[in-house]
Design a binder for this molecule. Structure first.
Ligand SMILES: *[C@@H]1O[C@H](CO)[C@@H](O)[C@H](O)[C@H]1NC(C)=O
Ligand SMILES: *[C@@H]1O[C@H](CO)[C@@H](O)[C@H](O)[C@H]1NC(C)=O
Ligand SMILES: *[C@@H]1O[C@H](CO)[C@@H](O)[C@H](O)[C@H]1NC(C)=O
Length: 360
């Protein structure tokens, strides 16, 4: 119950960014810092340093944000903070990279068109839409358990392209509809307005047109085995907390939540949708028309001890916590060229890389 209360206060204040709730956060006796930033698009590219290191033209297209040292190799021994000269995130100490698949619309005639991203609420200026990224300390009393920032070389992913069931935390088993929370794993919010949050949630693509687009949310697990910076599947060194040990598991590291807003608006006309009832026209770049396989990848790249220090400034309440920042237009100036030269926009006969949609 305590969990629900704290989660509610922290989450609604942070996600909705409503000013009166800032005050509410500051007054909480144990109000841990939460960080929030905009990250503009760095590049759209068909590389994946976690799953196919060194490969140019990996299985599917990604949308990528963060430090400009991102490349197909990303040797874990290299420090992105040293190797990058700029970042697309508004926190200038964060040279981490965050990436997800790209979304496509499939027309009745079988052609595809990429769905643009839009900056989420208050981050509308982000180039290419980008992502809104939050860091949450664990939802607990910071006096009791020290939060440990990720170590250099840390990386993880959540989700897997061929999943055929929702990617959700154990506490969210059985949750449907408005019982789903954006903290439960990989979720979709059908945006009725730009600020729809905590309602109209689903585990896969919404099956109705969404007036203001779709918000995908990936909430990474918050427990770490305390030893391994990575694992062969990039997931088994981390785990979701069990509902009943939220206040006490070892290896407490901050939660990361990534929001991406996808601009379905050009495709909301029912004439453009599949003729069969219950079918929807969106697919991910890896060929998933259901949506359970949506996933995100993370490579840690904060400068020095900056993230740890930000978390130790308790009660900072303003989601900046003393970190140096740049404006979104400044962040927009950081970009790199795709390493795989290919068409990813315009009407296309196939998805990039010739990916086939399953089920068809
Ligand atoms: C990737 O980046 C690392 C360091 O930033 C560099 O040593 C390597 O040559 C780069 N690889 C490619 C293929 O660009
Ligand atoms: C397929 O349908 C879309 C949307 O109706 C249209 O814009 C596009 O030109 C069509 N492509 C072909 C090859 O007919
Ligand atoms: C959810 O979406 C429906 C339309 O699809 C809308 O009528 C309803 O108001 C939305 N709920 C909220 C809380 O935004």
């Amino acid at each position: 119950m305590m969990y629900d209360k704290m989660l509610g206060v922290i989450a609604s204040a942070s996600l909705a960014l409503a000013l009166p709730q800032y005050a509410e956060i500051r007054d909480e006796p144990y109000s841990p810092a939460s960080l929030k930033m905009s990250c503009s698009r760095l590049v759209l590219d068909r590389i994946d340093p976690l799953n196919d290191p060194g490969v140019f033209g990996t299985s599917h297209l990604h949308t990528i944000v963060g430090g400009n040292s991102f490349n197909a190799t990303m040797d874990p021994a290299g420090d992105p903070a040293e190797r990058s000269s700029c970042t697309t995130c508004t926190f200038t100490d964060d040279f981490s990279n965050y990436w997800t698949p790209a979304m496509y619309f499939r027309a009745r005639n079988g052609s595809y068109k990429r769905v643009e991203q839009l900056g989420a609420l208050f981050h509308e200026e982000a180039r290419g839409g980008g992502m809104t990224i939050y860091y949450f300390p664990r939802f607990m009393e910071p006096e009791k358990i020290k939060i440990r920032a990720f170590a250099p070389g840390f990386r993880m992913r959540l989700g897997w392209p061929d999943r055929d069931s929702p990617m959700r935390a154990p506490w969210a088993m059985g949750r449907e509809g408005d019982d789903i929370s954006p903290f439960d794993g990989v979720t979709y919010t059908c945006l009725y307005t730009e600020s729809t949050r905590y309602s109209n949630l689903s585990w896969g693509f919404p099956d109705l047109p969404c007036r203001e687009g779709i918000l995908t949310t990936v909430a990474f697990p918050t427990c770490w085995d305390g030893k391994n910076l990575d694992s062969p599947d990039h997931m088994s060194h981390v785990a979701f907390a069990l509902a009943d040990d939220l206040y006490g598991p070892p290896g407490a590291h901050p939660g990361i939540l990534i929001e991406t807003r996808w601009d379905k608006r050009p495709f909301n006309d029912p004439e453009l949708w599949p003729e069969n009832e219950g079918e929807q026209p969106f697919v991910w770049s890896y060929g998933d028309g259901v949506g359970y396989g949506f996933h995100a990848d993370y490579v840690f790249g904060w400068r020095g001890n900056a993230l740890q220090e930000a978390f130790e400034r308790h009660n900072c309440g303003n989601q900046i916590c003393g970190l140096p920042i740049q404006t979104i237009p400044e962040a927009n100036e950081c970009m790199i060229e795709p390493s795989v030269p290919e068409e990813v926009d315009g009407w296309m006969d196939t998805l990039p890389g010739g990916v086939v949609v399953v089920p068809d």
